[in-house]
Design a protein around this ligand. Structure first.
Ligand SMILES: NC(=O)c1ccc[n+]([C@@H]2O[C@H](COP(=O)([O-])OP(=O)(O)OC[C@H]3O[C@@H](n4cnc5c(N)ncnc54)[C@H](OP(=O)(O)O)[C@@H]3O)[C@@H](O)[C@H]2O)c1
Length: 239
């Protein structure tokens, strides 16, 4: 592979201010792409093949404005990574309607809105790659995960339908479903203090997930990596 397999490509990564999204953005950038990072805490601006967009993905009109601006200022992304997500652990009866709705809004509706806005452009071009960051929770049940599982099982459904709809278009689709990854997402849970959870030191690293994304998006055009599942080697059954 060349040193810059993504030279001349435009990537868009949501939730790229920290954790997995930041690692994915850095991996795409290191492979030569210009990367648009989207998150609430980023300062808008462009420098050194990096464009940052500040956007609350829970706000549908803000998502629409952000995508319109990216299309106008940078063009159609070649690689779209729907990564932003939120997570908490609560039994179903303690999960408020607001918790549930917000989780679905950020984890499921926002990726849908981004796909809805960008997929027609990718199809028109006859090329492109949509990467969805799922989770082990998109195919396995964990206690305390009603809202998160609903969002991630739903996201896997979106990925499967998208793959069917895009099958003859030249646009590729990849679902990357990691087990626990040591990112700030775990700070409020503090898994090291709780029995049955994978210790943070044993978790995957954000760069491991980024390497999986990079693998998928640097395959020859004829290869569609449909799904990648990653687990820590030493993995507690609780998650
Ligand atoms: N960590 C894990 O164990 C794990 C395992 C499997 C799958 N995942 C999935 O991987 C993805 C990334 O998780 P992570 O562990 O990297 O989490 P993280 O460290 O908490 O980062 C979450 C990212 O999402 C962004 N985000 C959250 N709410 C947002 C909103 N309303 N609008 C815009 N951006 C928002 C955050 O940026 P701002 O706060 O700046 O907006 C941040 O960049 C998620 O989809 C998660 O479900 C994580």
């Amino acid at each position: 592979m060349s040193d810059a397999p993504l030279e001349g490509k435009l990537g868009l990564v949501t939730g790229a201010s920290r954790g997995i999204g930041l690692a994915v953005a850095e991996a795409l950038h290191a492979a030569g792409a210009h990367v648009v990072r989207v998150a609430r805490s980023l300062q808008a601006g462009t420098a050194d093949r990096r464009t940052d967009v500040s956007c609350d993905l829970a706000d549908a009109s803000a998502v629409e404005r952000a995508i319109t601006r990216v299309l106008a200022e940078r063009g159609v992304p070649d690689i779209v990574v729907n990564n932003a997500g939120i997570f908490f652990i609560k039994p179903v009866a303690d999960t408020t309607p607001e918790d549930f709705t917000r989780t679905l809004t950020v984890n499921l509706t926002a990726p849908f809105l981004i796909l809805r806005a960008l997929v027609p452009h990718l199809v028109r071009r006859g090329a492109g790659h949509v990467v969805t960051i799922g989770s082990v929770s998109d195919h396995r049940a964990f206690t305390g995960s009603t809202a998160y599982a609903a969002s991630k099982y739903g996201l896997r459904g979106v990925h499967e339908v998208l793959r069917a709809e895009l099958a003859t278009t030249g646009v590729r689709t990849t679902l990357v479903s990691p087990g626990p990854v040591d990112t700030p997402m775990w700070d409020p849970v503090d898994p090291d203090s709780k029995p049955g959870f994978t210790k943070r030191s044993a978790m995957l690293q954000a760069r491991d997930v980024a390497a999986a994304v990079l693998f998928a998006v640097t395959q020859p055009e004829r290869v569609d990596v449909t799904e990648i599942r990653l687990l820590p080697t030493v993995y507690s059954p609780r998650g």
